[in-house]
Ligand binder design. Structure first.
Ligand code: GDP
Length: 317
């Protein structure tokens, strides 16, 4: 029989944690115990609470998802808070995982932390080749430090700590705040309100930026594969392929159609576009997973809208 493994997920009630819980229900193996913790179990900014909550479960594996995270517009306002929160959480989690000799720790970075001026498509190894976009400097450097910590802990203590790097994530149980969310949940909530109030939809920016959007249930499946199978020391991108990159304008059309919104759509070009694009190469992921099928964006958005409508009263808004 396979060795018993205990997999602890920090940030277990966020969008990705929620997706993991759903997928694990179906795909859990008999030798696996999955434990999802969130801020109610302990404040990971505090080393004593971090030690207590992790030592309670003595995991063999950790998926470290807990993080301060938000859309570009909130990042601009709270760069310092995000930097300090993430640094504290990451330092504490890594320290305790090293102390209790966790066999594998995977943390989650994001493609928005890559250099602003790069050649495309971006490959995993370009992470430190230049400054990130100024809008999310606090978030980006706190996440880049996870990569530095992976290398330092591996060199000094032989820890099997590594990171995976998804592109723009969306799905059920996201933060649907009108002002501070990422573009997909922000648009879904705005369209919901425009339909109710019979007002035009105001989209921020020109609509020209390009993004590779990944559905949270797909990322959950990839994270499960990574915790079981991926042992390369280097990071790996998890993303839909380059051909599936779409513009914000195309995205708006899908959200509008799937919501049945019939009103006007106005692009507010006084709002920043942020990065024009951050296209990543999926060559490495495809070497390992040539046949992995991603949920088509229209289907993922339909599912996310349905979840939002059904959970409107309790959704994070
Ligand atoms: P990021 O730029 O990839 O970090 O992610 P965001 O989701 O914050 O924004 C992506 C793009 O969507 C940017 O070009 C924004 O200008 C544009 N955008 C359009 N409407 C919205 C909105 O309501 N909320 C957010 N966050 N972005 C929007």
């Amino acid at each position: 029989m396979d060795e018993k493994v205990t997999i602890l997920v920090t940030g277990g009630s966020g969008m990705l944690g929620y997706a993991l819980q759903r997928v694990v229900k179906v795909e859990k193996r008999p030798n696996e115990e999955w434990i999802f913790i969130n801020s109610k179990d302990g404040d990971l900014r505090d080393i004593n609470q971090t030690r207590k909550v992790i030592e309670k479960y003595m995991p063999t594996h950790v998926l470290h998802l807990a993080s301060a995270v938000s859309g570009m517009f909130r990042n601009i306002k709270f760069n310092s808070d995000v930097l300090l929160t993430n640094q504290s959480i990451n330092t504490n989690v890594y320290q305790v995982c090293k102390d209790i000799k966790v066999k594998k720790l995977i943390s989650c970075l994001s493609t928005c932390i890559y250099p602003d001026n790069v050649t495309y498509p971006i490959t995993e190894s370009m992470l430190h080749n230049g400054a990130p976009h100024i809008t999310s400097i606090g978030y980006s450097f706190s996440k880049r430090m996870l990569d530095v910590m992976n290398r330092c802990y591996r060199m000094q203590y032989g820890c099997n700590f590594l990171s995976v790097i998804p592109t723009n994530l969306y799905g059920p149980n996201d933060n649907f705040s009108l002002e501070d969310a990422h573009v997909i949940p922000g648009l879904i909530h705005k369209v919901h309100r425009c339909k109710k109030e019979d007002t035009p939809l105001i989209v921020w920016g020109t609509g020209k930026p390009l993004r590779q959007f990944i559905f949270s249930y797909d990322l959950a499946k990839l994270m499960i594969w990574a915790i079981r199978e991926y042992n390369d020391e280097e990071n790996i991108f998890f993303s839909v392929d380059e051909d599936d990159e779409i513009s914000i304008k195309e995205l708006v059309e899908i959200v509008v159609e799937e919501s049945g919104f019939k009103g006007d759509v106005v692009f507010d070009e006084t709002k920043t576009d942020g990065q024009y694009k951050k296209t990543v190469s999926t060559a490495k992921m495809r070497q390992f997973l040539p046949d992995f099928k991603f949920t088509p964006i229209r289907e993922g958005i339909r599912e996310t809208i349905r979840w939002f409508e059904e959970n409107y009263e309790t959704a994070r808004t």
